[in-house]
Design a protein around this ligand. Structure first.
Ligand SMILES: Cc1cc2nc3c(=O)[nH]c(=O)nc-3n(C[C@H](O)[C@H](O)[C@H](O)COP(=O)(O)O)c2cc1C
Length: 204
């Protein structure tokens, strides 16, 4: 019988490994799952991708979150079309995780408030500054001049609150590829409309 790395494996074990890496991604700055690629649909049908920082991961029901500036173009893209993809890769575990979901933008609810309170003053500078993706005549950090080399005080940092958004995303589907010299293994996890999990194996 063909052995895919000797010991039989279940979808449950693979999902545990994915959850563990997503947990670590929110906790450890150096973890490869800390900075996934997040993809939106722009202008109706054009894909748009960028790196974001994974800030939260909830298991039941599975949900992911990152922070952003309310003026960033991805906010409009999400409001026009909530379909998103996340892409994670762990180079030593040789693990690729592709997550499909639907996004929601939070600006004035309990989650936005909780995440704002958890954001360091230094990081709050990004929200005091200009929105990303604005054209500029010269190279610019977008930050206020006097905050280039220091963290804002708590009071100064509150100027960023109005520009702060949390983007959450449901997890509708996970496509997981584990690479191995003895043959890769690919598994699919689909949460149906009633929230039940269906699993499949795919050829890599
Ligand atoms: C390592 C890294 C982490 C980043 N984290 C975030 C983030 O958490 N949120 C965010 O909005 N942009 C983040 N960015 C910047 C985005 O990749 C992107 O340039 C910016 O958000 C503008 O994207 P948009 O024009 O698609 O809205 C990060 C970039 C890098 C390289």
């Amino acid at each position: 019988m063909e052995s895919i790395w000797e010991k039989p494996v279940s979808h449950g074990e693979i999902l545990k490994k994915i959850w563990k890496n997503l947990d670590l991604g929110t906790l450890e700055r150096e973890h490869p799952f800390h900075t996934p690629v997040f993809s939106t649909v722009a202008n109706g049908c054009v894909p748009n991708l960028r790196i974001v920082v994974l800030r939260r991961f909830w298991r039941k029901p599975p949900c992911l979150a990152f922070h952003t500036h309310t003026g960033s173009p991805k906010i409009k893209e999400l409001q026009n079309n909530p379909n998103v993809y996340w892409l994670f890769y762990h180079p030593t575990e040789k693990l690729q995780v592709r997550i499909k979901g639907k996004a929601r933008v939070h600006t004035a609810d309990d989650l936005a408030e909780e995440q704002w309170l958890a954001t360091e003053f230094f990081s709050r500078r990004c929200y005091i500054g200009e929105a990303p993706t604005e054209p500029s005549k010269k190279p610019t950090s977008g930050l206020p001049e006097d905050l280039l080399d220091r963290a804002p005080t708590r009071e100064e940092s509150e100027a960023g609150r109005a520009n702060f958004a949390v983007v959450t995303s449901t997890v509708e589907q996970i496509d997981c590829l584990e690479m191995n010299v003895r043959g890769h293994r690919r598994s699919l996890f689909v949460w149906n409309e009633t929230g039940e999990l269906e699993t499949r194996w795919l050829t890599p």
